[in-house]
Design a protein around this ligand. Sequence first.
Ligand SMILES: C[S@@+](CC[C@H](N)C(=O)[O-])C[C@H]1O[C@@H](n2cnc3c(N)ncnc32)[C@H](O)[C@@H]1O
Length: 304
Amino acid sequence: MKISDFELFKSLLYERSGLVITPDKSYLLDSRLTPIAKKWGYPTLESMTLQLRALPDEKLIKDIVEAMTTNETSFFRDTKPFQIFQDTILPVMLEKRKARKTIRIWCAACSSGQEPYSLAMILKEKEAQLKGWRFEIVATDISDDILDQAKRASYSQFEVQRGLPIQYLMKYFMQLGEAWQLKDEIRNMVRFSNFNLLDSMSRLGSFDIVFCRNVLIYFDEKTKATILEKIAGQLENDGFLLLGGAETVLGITNKFVPNPEKRGLYIKAGTPAVTGSTTTGFSPAGTTPAKTTSSFSSGLFKRT
Ligand SMILES: C[S@@+](CC[C@H](N)C(=O)[O-])C[C@H]1O[C@@H](n2cnc3c(N)ncnc32)[C@H](O)[C@@H]1O
């Protein structure tokens, strides 16, 4: 790819999604965007680039941004955040919200839905204890394609073998041919919508718990700081933020402080320290894990 074409895609992706693409990743542009050029009827990636320079088409730009997102996810990914949700955050929040009995959760980059559906299954398991409570799980992503998959909630054998306890598979999914369909009782607990983390968050309302995992890693420090500070604006003062294992607020913003004992867990700066029960060896509500398999400016494309 010509350096000028690389620079064009680099600024488009940065301005539209925050994604930072370095020269050593230019092979990713070739491999992921060549199919987009074909889909749009361009004989080569170069001819699509020429068109993009001459007359940028919003739908084409959207396809390019979506093609460059990394949608890697799995049920109960990394286990620990879900253990922290169940054993630490939930008991604390049930106590703090006992007057209004409503808890709002935001999965800020939900990919194909496994993260919000994992939370929904944990809550479903506690249905009896949570009688009279209202839980709202809002799940957002920048990609319409991945959101369509999330809403369908149909997963492959491979996807259900990654982190989903076998008991949950049996209880909450139906086998339809080669696929596993999540039952409506869990599906209906999650509300999906398209949201770009670069946008103003005020329309989303306020949240008690925010999962923003494994997306900040694709951004530069400035973008990370802006997003984290906007999240702080949407999070209740006594709320909780969970980041991915390779993500931190340290050196980026002082709006949050980490819990030193629970990796990935943050509270807003200036709020009392986290308390709550601690359990080890998390296995969602007494389940055994199913078999596990091994297991990212020119101003030309600024949105108006
Ligand atoms: C690696 S997945 C993480 C999924 C899930 N949170 C997890 O930890 O398993 C990252 C997701 O972030 C989304 N994403 C990337 N840039 C975004 C942006 N600017 N706004 C919202 N979502 C974005 C991608 O489409 C992708 O689905």
